[in-house]
Ligand binder design. Structure first.
Ligand SMILES: NC(=O)c1ccc[n+]([C@@H]2O[C@H](COP(=O)([O-])OP(=O)(O)OC[C@H]3O[C@@H](n4cnc5c(N)ncnc54)[C@H](OP(=O)(O)O)[C@@H]3O)[C@@H](O)[C@H]2O)c1
Length: 148
């Protein structure tokens, strides 16, 4: 099963200003919808509270602090699932990721929630492809495979 991290990040590597921020600066929601439609989406409880869009057509799996990633992933019967945030949840599932879809946005926050709130190991990546989101604004999604 492909376990795909998908995130909009700032140029300095943040995904939000605060854990309760509703993200309004992300410009790749159309692509996010297209890519995740029909697949389970896994998110932390903070992210669920800040969702700016309805995730219709996708099974929503909400992760809490005592949940074990192995168990959540082991119960899925799908060719792929998406890990949609936030920083604590990306970090929790980091050892299981197979792919990362990252869209850098032209904004610098200086501080905030990092893509991985608490990453304990390096993740070597192989570049797969680049998807154009908005050429004029310089917004592209970069897709990587995690090398194990
Ligand atoms: N830019 C993007 O692409 C993007 C994507 C997704 C989210 N976001 C943003 O990211 C932010 C949320 O990220 P987040 O990292 O704060 O939260 P999160 O990963 O969405 O959810 C927090 C997770 O950590 C657990 N947790 C909370 N306190 C903990 C503790 N002391 N020890 C261990 N686990 C704990 C929670 O469990 P409990 O339920 O048990 O508390 C929950 O599973 C929001 O602002 C959201 O808008 C941005």
């Amino acid at each position: 099963m492909d376990i795909i991290l998908i995130a909009a990040i700032t140029i300095d590597g943040y995904i939000a200003r605060r854990s309760d921020e509703v993200i309004t600066w992300s410009k790749d929601l159309k692509l996010f919808k297209k890519q995740t439609m029909g697949y389970p989406v896994i998110m932390g409880s903070n992210t669920e509270k800040t969702l700016a869009v309805e995730l219709d057509g996708r099974e929503k799996i909400i992760v809490h602090r005592n949940d074990k990633p192995e168990k959540i992933l082991g119960e899925l019967n799908t060719e792929k699932c998406f890990l949609i945030g936030g920083g604590m949840t990306y970090a929790k599932f980091a050892p299981f990721l197979t792919h990362m879809y990252i869209t850098p946005h032209p904004i610098v926050l200086g501080k905030g929630i990092q893509l991985f709130s608490n990453l304990i190991e390096e993740l070597p990546l192989k570049f797969l492809r680049k998807i154009t989101v908005n050429k004029t604004d310089g917004i592209f999604q970069f897709q990587y495979k995690v090398i194990r």
